[in-house]
Design a binder for this molecule. Structure first.
Ligand code: ADP
Ligand code: MG
Length: 711
């Protein structure tokens, strides 16, 4: 074997084959998800210390941000008033010395032992006439030389230092050199995109001769990561189109027309466009796989309902699924109002009709009720069935399910779609699928995470909405003023939501805190008003009762956990108060805020923060104050948190995107997508590129089918 090494081959060589990696080191490396030579080669530096840009200590100007490379001369540690640790290190280079102080980082005393060479990045200030850096970024360099020194993510617990990694990477590269590293990318594509070879990229990412070379290396490796993902998605899509059978519907007809005629308002252009997309999809004999993205309040329900009615009109059934019973219930009520009195053509009577039958399937039915409902579903007597996602999991049998709508589901990935295929229909044809989400997805993520779905976007709100005024409430005085405003709004006939702090991933703790908050508010800030309580631990009958009373205006305020996060629609509610808002994410706050502003009344959203929000939490609250545009917020969110939460935690160590950033690499996502489409126009096209085909094959086989889809 003398051909250049492929990723598949590199991934089959255990790291223990390297010198210096014995059993103990091997276990430590496994702790950072490095098991093979490929893992090691793609264990990329976290940062680089550019020694060509380093400043001598003597020349460092106070106020400047600089990198110094120096030796630790001494370290001292003491406690300040209040007991907080303060570590001071004296560091020196050939030109002079300075100090570095670290607040609240007691471990620095162990890290900065005398004689170590460190790179420190920070702002130079002056303290008692001496130059000093406060809490600088520190990298241990060991005795490594070179102009640009890579700094690897290291693990203190695993006992792996950055220079250990560097030396293993160097050895791995040295031992790969005789055979070289294969480049499966067609060279015309490489040239067109101005990319360097893979071998060069793997060299330069680890040992860049210049920062420009490092940037070129990153581009190539980022492109490779994204291209692999796009090729897999492309393959899945083409396979689906070639092999999946659906049910072709006639999109126009009496039922759909009758429904359109009784709407009190015209559809927005965006709704109309989405409906046209759906009509085209369900009119074909191939199943629809469409994502409907629309900000809260953009009117997704109507679009979904149109799809369901097309199914019914064609003699089939539709299912509408929500993530919780509260939401399923609410969908049911909304849909029931919209559909009441509609008639379905009845083939058993020539030219005759029968009333449309809508059912809500949920827990809490008596055994008889449930059995009857299942019979209706199985015989086709039930036209549209609303329920939770359990509809799919349980063995609910439909007579002829042809359109499925899933609301607010980010996790509805490839695996769930496979289940839909299995449970959907006995004739092997697959129902059309519409997934709705009110969480706007940044463009890069839509192309990657949902890359194999078609997307319709509702980028327009129905007319007559007044934007929600959002205020970040800081401090007890501001909170007091807020409650006065809340009361005034209630006294003028409107209603308010109060969302309780998110305690933990524990429904029961959240429930307890909601109960407590309810009692506190009912006795204090909201005394004398009718205050309801809603949390996930209540029996469904109680939840339902509370929601019904709130909807009917029999409650002035609803104290709730995030169970109200999605979908709840009470137009008369015009105030949203979120307590401890700094503990929520941007998307979640945006969803919560979307519960108000659902009518022409002006609405307010108050985000009450705890005393000392972290800088990131502050940035989130500021973003919400500044914008009500869900797409702009989603982009901001991605910037603030990186793509971490787009990935499954368990997977993140070996995630598909190690270098590529969905926040920053839009251009490359787009380029990879274009190249994938270009290379694979129809199923099997990759055969012409055996190197790439093999790489995708290897990549797809080691990867969770829902790799990116969990959130
Ligand atoms: P979401 O996208 O958040 O699910 P909904 O479908 O619940 O939005 O719609 C929000 C509200 O807007 C509902 O009360 C609905 O009746 C109303 N609505 C939907 N489409 C229109 C429209 N084209 N014109 C006026 N109101 C509309
Ligand atoms: Mg909705």
């Amino acid at each position: 074997m003398n051909s250049p090494l492929t990723l598949r081959e590199l991934d089959a060589i255990d790291v223990s084959r390297l010198n210096g990696v014995g059993a103990q080191r091997r276990a430590a490396l496994a702790g950072v998800d490095v098991e093979t030579v490929l893992d090691l080669l793609t264990y990329y530096p976290r940062r680089y210390v550019d020694r060509t840009a380093q400043a001598p200590i003597s020349g460092a100007a106070v106020g400047a941000e600089i990198t110094v490379v120096a030796e630790v001369l001494s370290v001292t540690s003491r406690r300040m008033r209040g007991g907080r640790p303060l570590v001071t290190a004296e560091v020196g280079d050939a030109s002079g010395s300075m100090s570095a102080v670290f607040f609240n980082q007691a471990w620095r005393e162990r890290q900065l032992t005398e004689g170590r060479t460190v790179a420190m990045f920070g702002k130079v200030d002056s303290y008692r006439g001496r130059k000093q850096m406060t809490n600088p970024v520190v990298d241990l360099l060991g005795d490594r030389t070179g102009k640009i020194v890579p700094v690897y993510p290291q693990s203190e617990t695993a006992g792996i230092a950055t220079w250990d990694i560097a030396s293993w990477v160097a050895e791995a590269r040295r031992r790969c050199a005789p055979r070289g590293i294969a480049d499966p990318l067609p060279s015309d594509v490489r040239t067109r995109l101005g990319l360097i070879t893979r071998a060069q990229a793997l060299d330069d990412i680890h040992e860049p001769p210049s920062m420009a070379a490092r940037a070129a290396a990153r581009n190539r490796l980022v492109f490779d990561e994204l291209l692999r993902v796009q090729l897999v998605l492309r393959g899945q899509r083409l396979a689906r189109e070639a092999h999946e059978l659906g049910i072709a519907h006639e999109p126009s007809g009496l039922l759909v027309t009758a429904f359109g005629e009784r709407l009190a308002f015209g559809l927005t252009d965006a709704q109309q466009r989405a409906i046209t997309d759906i009509d085209v999809d369900v009119g074909r004999g191939r199943p629809m796989h469409r994502l409907l993205q629309g900000d809260v309040g953009s009117g997704k329900t109507l679009v979904a309902l149109h799809g369901l009615l097309v199914a019914v009109q064609n003699g089939h059934q539709g299912a509408l699924m929500a993530p919780t019973e509260v939401l399923a219930e609410q969908h049911y009520l909304a849909v029931r109002d919209l559909l009441s009195g509609l008639a379905v053509p009845d083939p058993s009577r020539l030219g005759g009709t029968r009333p449309l039958t809508l059912r809500l399937l949920r827990g809490g039915h008596s055994a008889t009720e449930r059995r009857e409902m299942l019979v209706e579903i199985a015989t086709g007597a039930a036209d549209i069935v609303v329920g939770t996602h359990a509809l799919l999991e349980e063995s609910v049998e439909f007579n002829s399910l042809s359109v499925v709508v899933i609301d607010e589901q980010h996790r509805f990935g490839v695996a769930q779609r496979a289940r839909l295929r299995e449970h959907g229909r006995s004739d092997g044809r697959m129902p059309h699928l519409l997934v709705m989400t009110a969480t706007p997805i940044p463009r890069t993520a839509a192309m990657t995470v949902y890359g194999d779905l078609d997307v319709s976007v509702l980028d327009e709100l129905p007319p007559g909405r007044t934007p929600i005024a959002t205020e970040w409430v800081r401090g007890p005085l501001a909170a007091e003023a807020m409650w006065t405003e809340v009361r005034a709004e209630i006294e003028s006939g409107h209603q308010a939501y109060v969302v309780c702090p998110l305690i933990a991933e524990s429904e029961s703790l959240d429930a307890r805190s909601a109960e407590q908050m309810h009692d506190e508010l009912a006795a204090g800030a909201l005394a004398g008003l009718r205050v309801g309580l809603l949390h996930g631990r209540l029996a469904s009958a109680d939840k339902e009762d509370t929601m019904t009373r709130f909807r009917a205006g029999a409650l002035d305020a609803l104290v709730a956990t995030t169970v109200i996060e999605v979908g709840i629609d009470v137009p008369n509610a015009t105030v949203m108060v979120v307590l401890s808002a700094d503990r929520f994410g941007i998307a979640q706050l945006h969803q919560l805020r979307g519960r108000v502003g659902r009518s022409s009344h002006a609405s307010d959203c108050f985000l009450v923060s705890d005393e000392d929000p972290t800088p990131i939490a502050e940035a989130r609250l500021a973003a919400l104050e500044a914008s009500t545009d869900g797409f702009a917020l989603a982009e901001r969110d991605l910037e603030l948190r990186g793509e971490g939460t787009l990935f499954d935690e368990r997977q993140s160590g070996r995630s598909d995107l190690k270098l590529a950033s969905l926040a920053r690499d839009l251009e490359w996502v787009q380029a990879a997508r274009d190249v994938a489409m270009d290379l694979v126009k129809s199923e099997g096209d990759l055969v012409a590129l055996p190197g790439l085909a093999d790489e995708i094959d290897w990549f797809a086989s080691r990867r969770d089918p829902d790799f990116l889809q969990r959130s």
